[in-house]
Design a protein around this ligand. Structure first.
Ligand code: PEP
Ligand code: MG
Length: 327
């Protein structure tokens, strides 16, 4: 019941065998921060920055973005806030950028995410400057969407350093060690080349929404094929598992955002793959915490090994239901 769930707010997010699982929130609007705190999240794992660009006929300048971001970061006090750079393109649109994106033959495979940021470096510079200034109000990480190659991260990092120098020369305080820079793992190519991306990334966040879309070649916004959009396809599970193992080998922290992370049915799978940081919509936080507290990490590991041997998504779903009933 709801009251029972609310009682979980202040309880620790750990398994029966005391394995801590960080539960962070995905947000797309500043008003969501109060719900994030009410539901006991230990951070914001994905701040979608598109809200600053949507429903606006102009591009927000550094000061406007700084004010918005600083507001969120300070409200979160010392809890980490992972700010994602602009992910316009594909199904995410912005009036002021209409001429840049959405004009190619296939927007989902076109100029979007970091590709747009590297085409319009002026936009990225403005945004990174706003993020760096906001980072002084709390604990910030910078997340880059739609990354495919290590070269993209190298270029983003060059710009990041350049922007930090520019801010310093303008008299702004900038932390000596810049906030960690990381990549979304949401395209199969990225999931399969963690070792390469590790050279330029200080953290990773798996985006299961786009990872599912691009692995299965199913447009996440197309109703006609929505019934085929199945995150339990063995290819998705294997990609996540391989990526998690590769990240563990490099020692670089990896979280999971995307809808899968907020579905308590999948919690034993992520635990069993060794993932310890899940980021979800604020409304799912307590449900997932409840699930975490009923699980045992060793049992989850054993069950996950069994599931990774399966090929039939329906059978995988049934096995997961059984495991969750037992817990
Ligand atoms: C994802 O792709 O899984 C993700 C978390 O990002 P978005 O849903 O904003 O594309
Ligand atoms: Mg995505």
């Amino acid at each position: 019941s709801r009251t029972r769930l609310l009682g979980l707010r202040s309880l620790r997010s750990e398994t029966r065998d005391n394995v801590l699982v960080e539960l962070h929130a995905n947000i797309e609007l500043p008003v969501e921060v109060s719900t994030v705190l009410q539901n006991g999240a230990s951070g914001i794992g994905l701040l979608r920055s598109e809200f600053m660009f949507m429903n606006k006929s102009y591009l927000p300048d550094e000061e406007e973005q700084y004010q918005e971001l600083a507001g969120i970061v300070s409200q979160m006090k010392d809890l980490p806030v992972t700010i994602r750079t602009l992910d316009i393109g594909g199904e995410k649109l912005a009036v002021a950028l209409q001429n840049e994106v959405g004009s190619g033959p296939n927007p989902a495979l076109g100029l979007r995410g970091v590709r747009l940021s590297l085409r319009r470096e002026d936009l990225l510079e403005t945004q990174l400057a706003a993020i760096l200034r906001a980072s002084l109000h709390g604990k910030v990480r910078v997340l880059v969407p739609m990354v495919v190659t290590v070269g993209e991260m190298t270029r983003v990092r060059q710009i990041y350093n350049k922007v930090a120098d520019r801010l310093r020369s303008q008299g702004h305080a900038v932390p000596k060690t810049l906030p960690p820079l990381g990549a979304m793992i949401e395209i199969p190519a990225a999931a399969l080349s963690i070792d390469a991306l590790a050279r330029e990334c200080e953290f990773f966040a798996i985006g299961t929404n786009d990872l599912t879309q691009y692995t299965l070649a199913i447009d996440r916004s197309d109703d006609q094929v929505a019934h085929l959009y199945d995150p339990l396809h063995p290819a998705i599970l294997r990609l996540i598992y391989e990526a998690a193992k590769a990240a563990a080998r490099t020692g670089i922290p990896m979280s999971v955002c995307g809808e899968m992370a907020g579905d308590p049915r999948y919690t034993p799978l992520f635990l069993g793959m060794g993932l310890r940081n899940l980021s979800m919509s604020p409304g799912s936080l307590l449900l997932v915490k409840q699930r975490v507290r009923r699980l045992d990490s060793r049992t989850s590991e054993y069950q996950t090994r069994q599931i990774l041997e399966q090929w039939d998504p329906d059978r995988i779903a049934m096995m997961l239901d059984d495991f969750n009933d037992l817990a």
